[in-house]
Design a protein around this ligand. Structure first.
Ligand SMILES: Nc1ncnc2c1ncn2[C@@H]1O[C@H](COP(=O)(O)OP(=O)(O)OP(=O)(O)O)[C@@H](O)[C@H]1O
Ligand SMILES: [Mg+2]
Length: 254
């Protein structure tokens, strides 16, 4: 089971949602959080980990993908990417082939692979989104973010065959998020025929911004804030998309 977390516009909250969802789901599922922003990694920074082997060593130096997997520190594993490596921003077909093989091999050891992608419609972003069974599209209430979310969904649906879209409104109240979702859904339904599902809205919350500054996921220490509760509700909804065959956390195995 692979789920990507993506967006049309950058900086909308993908990585913060990805680390917190990995944490929220890991008591029940074996989760591998893949930093799919290959050349501009952020997951390691948000978790305050310093991996020695990353996807860079796997794709450019022939190390095995399992060597790169590390403990995230909160009950899930991480496949880290590299920071400032231009060759990885647009991986060539050999690299994509090797990565797909490696990810499929890793997938057999986990219930869920979560991809934290970069923003936009670059080939690498589209590629990760195609590999995933479901694509979570994060948007904020800004018109530019909504327009870019639609553009990304259009390209993925029409040209890359992704049909399963789950939408999250970030930095929005539930009411505001629903309104923007319904607006987006109307356009998506009438022009594309895709049937996106709304996972929920995450309010603007200084505690979330602070958690990023302190490099600890919000859910690790603050489950009572508005954003934390909203993310937990989104995680509950995501569970309904995960096959029930192997519910087995990393913690319960250790
Ligand atoms: N719900 C929220 N409340 C308050 N601040 C938020 C919220 N969500 C995101 N932010 C702020 O937005 C910033 C960007 O978040 P994040 O790095 O998760 O976005 P991103 O989509 O992964 O960015 P990129 O496109 O660069 O990968 C964070 O540093 C944080 O300060
Ligand atoms: Mg990010």
């Amino acid at each position: 089971m692979m789920i990507s977390i993506t967006s049309g516009k950058g900086g909308v909250g993908k990585t913060s949602l990805a680390v917190n969802l990995a944490l929220a789901l890991s008591p029940e599922y074996k989760v591998l959080l893949v930093d799919a922003d290959l050349g501009l990694a952020n997951v390691d920074i948000m978790l305050s980990i310093a991996p020695k082997v990353t996807v860079k060593h796997v794709l450019l130096e022939g190390r095995s993908i399992r060597e790169a997997v590390v403990e995230g520190g909160y009950g899930f594993h991480v496949l880290p990417a590299a920071s400032g490596v231009v060759e990885l921003v647009q991986p060539d077909s050999d690299m994509k082939g090797a990565l797909e093989l490696g990810l499929n091999e890793l997938a057999s050891s986990y219930d869920l692979l979560l991809f934290d992608t970069g923003a936009g419609i670059s080939p690498a972003v589209l590629w990760f989104n195609c590999l995933a069974g479901y694509t979570i599209v994060v948007f904020t209430p800004e018109p530019t973010s909504i327009t870019d979310a639609y553009a990304l969904i259009k390209v993925l649906y029409r040209d890359y065959g992704q049909k399963n879209f789950l939408l999250v409104a970030n930095q929005a109240s539930q009411k505001e998020g629903e309104q923007y979702f319904l607006h987006l859904k109307k356009v998506i339904d009438s022009y594309l025929g895709a049937n996106p599902i709304f996972l929920g809205a995450i309010p603007k919350d200084p505690a979330l911004a602070q958690s990023i500054r302190s490099q600890k996921p919000l859910l690790a220490y603050h489950r009572e804030t508005k954003a934390a509760k909203a993310i937990l509700e989104i995680a509950e909804k995501i569970k309904s998309f995960i096959p029930v065959t192997r519910k087995n956390s990393l913690l319960s195995n250790s």
